[in-house]
Design a protein around this ligand. Structure first.
Ligand SMILES: [Zn+2]
Length: 134
């Protein structure tokens, strides 16, 4: 069931809310940036994400194919969101950094399957051989 959760960066300059159905599942990836940030994420459609505060504090980092905008707080450095546009994900989407949610209990975060993506090998449809460190 979809619920509205609230999130923020560490210094709380950036605040957002997101409508997430955790039964759909969450994911982790081993690509170069997810590996360094240990990102645990939920993907939501553009209309399920509302930035409540701090748009001017968000800095946009892109690399490689520039497919994803990695949005982080210029003050505290916490990446709160990724934003991209991929037809296979239904158009514009956000990757919500679940570590930034302030009101999502662990049992709700974990109610769906945890998926893995082998982004390091550009094999996004499959899980890497090793996932324990992600
Ligand atoms: Zn901040």
């Amino acid at each position: 069931m979809k619920k509205t959760y609230h999130g923020s960066c560490h210094c709380a300059a950036v605040r957002f809310e997101a409508d997430i159905d955790f039964a759909v599942g969450t994911s982790k990836c081993n690509c170069s940036i997810c590996a360094k940030t240990r990102l645990w994420k939920a993907i939501v459609k553009a209309d399920a994400l509302r930035l409540l505060q701090g748009a001017e504090m968000l800095t946009d980092y892109q690399f490689g194919s520039n497919t994803i905008h990695h949005l982080f707080c210029r003050r505290c450095g916490i990446k709160v969101l990724g934003r991209g546009h991929l037809e296979q994900l239904g158009g514009t989407f956000y990757a919500v950094n679940l570590a930034c949610l302030d009101d999502a209990p662990a049992d709700e975060l974990l109610q769906g399957p945890l998926g893995y993506e082998d982004g390091r090998d550009n094999n996004w449809g499959a899980a890497p051989a090793e996932t324990r460190h992600l």
